[in-house]
Design a binder for this molecule. Structure first.
Ligand code: FES
Length: 142
């Protein structure tokens, strides 16, 4: 076997090991949202934007489009970990079409539950997502 083939085989083995490790630590929902996120991107002319840098150093941004007190469009961006992508995806789905009051009532515990639970060392990623949402809502009323 050529050295190139050996290297490719090694990369494949490492990748499948990483995937197995991911599946052991994270719920299926987290993995699905991370691999195929909803609402990742930007909105033109948003009515409100919240941006926060979490204690881990990663940032999240949430943009809202509001009509008659309803969230008619929402997008997020993050430079954070895979869990932060899963959190942004699930959170934006949870608040799409909801009133601002309903969106304000979403907590990191509710987001964590919607993702079937995060590993302890990634709970802060849900806190970052929810704090970013609350910041966006706060910025709207200013
Ligand atoms: Fe920083 Fe997840 S958001 S580790």
């Amino acid at each position: 076997m050529s050295e190139e083939k050996d290297f490719e085989k090694m990369v494949e083995e490492i990748q499948s090991k990483i995937e197995l490790d991911e599946e052991a630590d994270f719920s299926k929902k987290v993995i699905d949202e991370y691999r195929n996120p909803s609402n990742f991107g930007v909105i033109g002319n948003p009515d409100a934007v919240g941006k926060i840098k979490g204690p881990c150093g990663d940032a999240m941004e949430i943009m809202l489009k509001i009509e008659n007190d309803l969230i008619v469009n929402v997008c997020f961006l993050t430079d954070g970990c895979g869990t932060s992508i899963a959190c942004g995806s699930m959170l934006t789905k949870m608040i799409q079409g909801k009133t601002l009051k309903e969106a304000s009532a979403v907590t990191s515990e509710k987001l964590n539950n919607a993702l079937d639970g995060l590993p302890e060392n990634h709970v802060h990623c849900a806190v970052l997502a929810v704090n970013t949402l609350h910041k966006a809502i706060e910025n709207l009323s200013v």
